[in-house]
Ligand binder design. Structure first.
Ligand code: AN7
Length: 374
């Protein structure tokens, strides 16, 4: 078997790159699809839930799928620098791929509102980190303004190459399952990812979609029908940052899931089109629900995702309980980012370490106290 060299090389004929385009890649993609073993029984539902664990990408989130495309194209176009606004993961990914490509990277982040792991990545990869006294939506607006006058290439998901790279997640799910799932659940922040998922599924089904906004000159990769149908898309937002659920922008979004602390998503219309065409819906989860399920996944399945990612499963469990998703279904949940991204939130909600003297007796005491009863 050939050595895996990343999603551009693998899906070259389904992506807007030339046969000889040299990919800027960190071998992103090919993430595992992990069947949940314990959670369905725990909630007493006869369903098959699979986690597409995007936290296992090179920088720990799904953003690498879009970033390999965006940076590859930026380099081809001769860009000297890229720029993005970010709640954290886009900045981490942009910083890494810019380093790989040997170009400069500027990231705008909301001061004090990005997870520590993500900040450490943007800094360590040598990007210029600009903290703004404002939120992601302010940053997004500023990036678009500044790119009009400065020689910087925007790598947020308004860059169509980002969406093209991210659509490959649907290709991988179809390959792994031998077809689409019945439902696909994921978090919705700036709404690029749900749009990309739907484009990937639509292309695989040989179907058209209004979610696809093609810039001039870009091919439509809708091909021969490889699968018969598309899944129902379930998009979940945090209650304090749920503009699409509410039907209006949220001026001051707030949630513990800082990755999706977004009040006015750029791909709002495309996401609504995707959801409608699929027969799906948007719903919300509270911070408490998000954190409860993040911990549940970590402690019953061994899967440590970040809070924003856990909302895919939290929302699904609610919709299972409501009977909106029926028993017998197969559901894929995209776990968008790794739990290590946000150590503060993880530590704050976990049992504290016990400190004892370095003596056998003390250790035995702790073991006796915590050993499961036979
Ligand atoms: C873990 O990094 O917007 O709906 O600037 O980091 O495509 O925005 C992150 C978004 C879900 C939402 N899960 O995806 C950013 C940023 C995680 C994320 C989302 C994000 P979109």
């Amino acid at each position: 078997m050939a050595h895996y060299t990343g999603l551009i090389d693998k899906y070259r004929d389904r992506l807007p790159v030339a046969a000889d385009t040299r990919a800027v890649s960190l071998c992103e993609g090919a993430t595992p699809l992990i069947e949940l073993r314990n959670l369905p029984a725990l909630v007493r539902k006869k369903v098959r839930i699979l986690a597409k664990f995007e936290g296992l990408n090179p920088t720990g989130s799904f953003k690498d799928r879009g970033m390999t495309m965006a940076v590859t194209r930026a380099v081809e176009e001769g860009a000297r620098a890229i720029i993005c606004a970010s709640t954290g993961n886009t900045s981490a990914s942009a910083a890494a791929y810019a380093a790989r490509a040997g170009i400069a990277c500027f990231v705008l982040i909301p001061e004090g509102k990005i997870a520590l792991g993500k900040l450490s990545q943007a800094m360590m990869h040598g990007s210029v980190v600009i903290q703004i006294r404002g939120n992601f939506d302010d940053g997004m607006r500023l990036v678009q303004e500044v790119a009009k006058a400065q020689p910087v290439n925007i790598v947020n998901s308004i860059n169509p190459y980002r969406i093209q790279g991210q659509k490959t997640i649907a290709f991988e799910v179809i390959e792994a399952l031998g077809g689409p799932p019945d439902y696909h659940a994921l978090p919705v922040g700036n709404a690029g990812n749900i749009t990309a998922h739907w484009i990937g599924y639509s292309e695989s089904a040989g179907a058209d979609t209004a979610a696809l906004r093609l810039p001039e000159g870009m091919r439509n990769y809708r091909k021969q029908k490889m699968v018969e149908r598309r899944p129902i898309m379930l998009g979940y937002q945090a209650s304090g940052a749920a503009p699409i659920v509410r039907g209006r922008p949220v001026e001051n979004p707030e949630t513990v899931a800082t990755a999706i602390r977004i009040g006015n998503p750029v791909s709002w219309q495309q996401a609504v089109a995707a959801s409608r065409e699929s027969g799906g819906w948007f719903a919300e989860c509270t911070d408490e629900e998000i954190l409860r399920v993040q911990k549940l996944l970590a402690q019953t399945e061994g899967i440590f995702c970040e809070p924003a990612s856990a909302i895919a499963v939290a929302g699904l469990l609610k919709d299972l309980e409501l009977g909106k998703v029926g028993e017998g279904s197969t559901i894929v949940c995209t776990l968008t980012g790794h739990g290590l991204k946000d150590p503060d939130v993880a530590i704050a909600q976990s049992a504290k370490p016990v400190t004892v003297d370095a003596e056998l007796k003390a250790i035995e005491g702790v073991i006796r106290q915590h050993l499961p009863k036979t």
